[in-house]
Design a protein around this ligand. Sequence first.
Ligand code: ASP
Length: 331
Amino acid sequence: MKRRKFLKNSSTLTAGLISAPMLATCNENNTKTNGPDEISTGIKPIAICTWNFHNATAKAWEVLDQGGSSLDAVEQGVMIEEADVNNQTVGKGGRPDRNGDVTLDACIMDKDGNCGAVLCLQNIAHPISVARKVMEDTPHVMLAGKGAEQFAYEKGFEKEDLLTKKSMQEWTEWKKTSQYKPIINIENHDTIGMLAIDKNGDISGACTTSGMAYKYAGRVGDSPIIGAGLFVDNEIGGATATGVGEEVVRTVGSFLIVELMRQGKSPQEACEEGVKRIIAKNKDNTDFQIGFIAMNKKGETGSYCIQPGFTFRKYSEAGHVNNPSDSFIKT
Ligand code: ASP
């Protein structure tokens, strides 16, 4: 806890030292403005996320536009997907494990390197907010299973049934034919990872998922693992992942991408290198999907993804509310 306080104090100093060139900020309609925040810091607030979650990035932008912190932006942004029962890979409505239980994974990381995560959490609709409570109210980084659930109730979160009728019907159907062999990330590929930089130039990230559909009970992927599903170093940038969590964990993917940016690579180059490292270890297996998005301290962004059959896609251009899915182009 003492270390957190120390980091908080020193980051205030760091923020004052930012010397980024003057950049135009973008408002919701993507028009250029030169607001007072930009004049004082030269920073362009921006939020990006995996896939095409317009409502989530719009919410994050709303927070940033009102002068909010990147931490609040990413939390509130991903909560939109956690609450959306039509998104069957995040939060309420998520597809269950093979026993029919919806188990959620999430993590969050702030500008000071503080982080919190929940693993295999049941009955709570907003795991990202529980992860934030772990970060802010405990000396720990991760809480799992029943302990995480108990902690959530202590913090005032309400018990909810997360298994919707639709997800239950699909699971029942799946059990008839699948022989408990889930097709990795074809049945499930919409984890939301979000990165934001605020007007002070501070970066935060969040990642939340119901994990792989029909996974083994107790399976945890990359999404709640700091360094794998998400990593932020406020001096350099942040990265977050979607796709087959086991592959991302093996390469400590998001940490790798931030380190590649530290070595001088652009966010785009770093994402491409991260995906290539995973491919190099899987030459004979093309049947999976991995995607990374990244952002550096200047607010530059990148993304790269591989789909089953080794179709590469890259993210083409940055905006204040990015949408890699819309912007992926075939190379
Ligand atoms: N990365 C998530 C997991 O492995 C799944 C996904 O992104 O689709 O749990």
